[in-house]
Design a protein around this ligand. Sequence first.
Ligand code: GMT
Length: 379
Amino acid sequence: MVSIPDKIAVLCHTGAGGSGVVATELGLMVAQAGREVHFVGSAMPFRLAGHQGVRGPFYHQVSGFAYALFDQPYPELAAANTLTEVILEHGVTLAHAHYAIPHATAAIHARAITGRSRVMTTLHGTDVTLVGAEPAFRHTTRHAIEHSDHVTAVSHFLAEQTREVFGVDRPIEVIHNFVDGDRFVRVTDPAMRARFAHPDEALVVHVSNFRPVKRVEDVVQVFARIASEIPARLLMIGDGPERPRAFELAGQLGVIGRTQFLGSFPDVQNVLGISDLFLLPSSNESFGLAALEAMSCEVPVVAARAGGIPEVVEDGVTGFLAPVGDVDAMAHAALRVLRDRDLYLSMGAAGRHAALTRFHPGQIVPRYLEAYARTVEGA
Ligand code: GMT
């Protein structure tokens, strides 16, 4: 009988990205399961605020160190140092690193310093497909993957990519992401919806960090085609480098008056819950957590057939998939859903069903807890 460790440290990115969201939601559920959870990061994780108590989960800030000779703050060293303190002071026996670099490298470093605490690494996508594949980080990323005590990936696609890109042949366990179906639920309050759209208008939504991989200009292109056919509005949630280009394009295509850029905020379920269609045209996506959150709110998804998205969105069942960049096909699919009430309702219901079965925390969180137990057991 293997037992789940009592004290766990979680290293994650703290901004609005999916890996930090998954790390936070998982950490909160592990804490609810009676474990002492210590988050280690450069800032309070995006969705952790308001969830802390005297019994945890705890948050330990990684402090930077500015020194005239250093041209960079060296976040990996600072994270390894903070994690070392947490391991020694609190008796943590497992560090769960979300993202290979710098978090798994920092956790491996802290393990070497302390001679304690096993390292479990969860790969989320860009750490492998974009950042880790960069020659500047290839060796350190491969080392982090090979020297973690256990490695998980959020999709079969990502596990396969990792093996291909890095040539590693170690086991990588696939554990899909999950969504809290109690929070991500349809919002039936008409007043909430009336803030963004008239009853006869279709409400289309996109949520991301507006990085080039998200192809936010395709969102605007698809929406312009939708709006030329039926009354519709677009909500763009999130922030990032491509936001000005998307804004400019909305102006050029004459849909700026129908588009609202709402910026970034943690409670996206309030807006997803009133929407009619979710667009995710990314060029790559290891999983597509935002699409799953939309599905949980009964929102059909039109997405690119890229990366791990087909493991989440079932083509023709919970939404439609089209080739990356094919904005005509995406607009055609979107209009099909928005014009056919029965199709819209059945896709929404199928999405909700998938969220409550295949991607339910009750299904996924125990798999992480078992993985924690096996990781520590192997010590
Ligand atoms: O997509 C992003 O830009 C954020 C990124 C991250 O690392 O925080 O998300 C990645 O992890 C999410 C959670 O596992 C996945 O749902 C996203 O698909 C993945 N992003 C990419 O692969 C581009």
